[in-house]
Design a protein around this ligand. Structure first.
Ligand SMILES: C[S@@+](CC[C@H](N)C(=O)[O-])C[C@H]1O[C@@H](n2cnc3c(N)ncnc32)[C@H](O)[C@@H]1O
Length: 307
């Protein structure tokens, strides 16, 4: 992929000198060069992730620290950033102190590949597209379901974003049009497999069997009751929140079922709304997993140092 960040590699030396004053040009570590995210884009990244005081934000490749410092100062969060360039780390810690958030925004000289990201509730990055693909398996494996990821300018290949937007980026040091893209994902929980539960419907207890396939946050499958099978409609997985609908003939009546709930390991608890025209009944829904399948996360086309 053509990348303004990569073509920026050469001119970042000049940018780094500008940003760091007397400090020598940024080095090429074989991956992402130092280019700042414009402040309005930083704000938008933190807004799309709905960052708040309960969040712990980690920025992979933190540069002058602007994302974590903004998360702390403007959004009340805490967190840390890592960067290979120790001069940038020194600068970021100095800027955090100047902003009065040194207790909540900390920066370490560390390779992002050696960084434990488990604590994050929000993870941010402005890295090269191929680096995004290299970190993707680690993010999917080590971030908690429900963790939000925001990336400036680059997507994560065939992992579709949950949201994306484009905005003006005045002062952006790379690219021709001074525009930026923001991509947003929620780390999906594990829904794939078979699930069972029993519900009193149309005058009898009925056994339900749900079969779910999963690729990233996309789920699909079927629901079986009394030997009848229906394809799922409107199936959604956001972190561990799951919802889907199915229309089934039960006891001679066409019933629409709308399920919503939360996955806790091998259990789902939530509610179901069963309707036939204006006749509606609501009930508690508790499902147990009878067969676990690994979600199909297509492997990235590049090898990760984490693998
Ligand atoms: C495009 S800059 C983004 C800076 C900042 N996050 C922002 O958005 O303004 C990417 C940063 O990643 C750092 N970096 C590159 N490879 C890294 C690695 N393997 N581990 C840690 N930091 C790295 C670079 O030094 C650079 O500061």
């Amino acid at each position: 992929m053509r990348s303004p960040l990569r073509s920026a590699l050469r001119c970042t030396a000049a940018l780094a000198v500008f940003a760091l004053g007397a400090v020598a040009p940024a080095q090429d570590y074989g991956d992402t060069p130092y280019v700042q995210t414009p402040q309005n884009v930083v704000d938008k990244m933190l807004e799309i992730a709905k960052v708040g005081p309960r969040d712990y934000v980690i920025d992979l490749g933190s540069g002058d620290g602007r994302i974590i410092i903004t998360a702390a100062k403007k959004f009340g969060a805490r967190g840390f950033g890592v960067d290979l360039d120790k001069r940038l780390v020194t600068l970021a810690n100095r800027l955090a102190a100047r902003a009065g958030v040194a207790d909540r925004a900390v920066f370490y000289t560390r390779d992002l590949y050696d960084t434990d990201v488990n604590r994050a509730t929000v993870l941010t990055m402005y890295l090269l597209p191929e680096v995004n693909l290299m970190v993707r398996p680690k993010l999917l494996a080590s971030l908690k379901p429900g963790t939000r990821i925001v990336s400036h300018d680059y997507d994560m290949g065939d992992w579709p974003p949950d949201a994306q937007l484009e905005l003006d980026a005045p002062g952006k040091p790379v690219g021709r049009d001074q525009r930026s893209k923001v991509f947003y994902w929620v780390v999906p929980g594990k829904a794939a497999g078979k699930w069972r539960w029993r519900l009193p419907v149309a005058g009898a207890n009925r056994d339900y069997e749900l079969e779910l396939d999963q690729r990233f946050q996309k789920i699909s499958g079927s629901l079986k009751v009394d030997g009848r099978v229906a394809a799922l409609q409107d199936a959604r997985l956001t972190g561990e929140e799951i919802s889907f609908a199915a229309v089934l003939d039960i006891g001679g009546t066409r019933l629409r079922h709308g399920f919503s709930g939360r996955i806790f390991g091998h259990e789902i608890t939530g509610k179901v709304r069963v309707s036939n025209g204006p006749a509606v009944s609501n009930a508690r829904w508790e499902a147990a997993r009878t067969e676990l399948r690994e979600p199909q996360h297509a492997s990235a086309p590049v090898r990760s140092p984490w693998q």
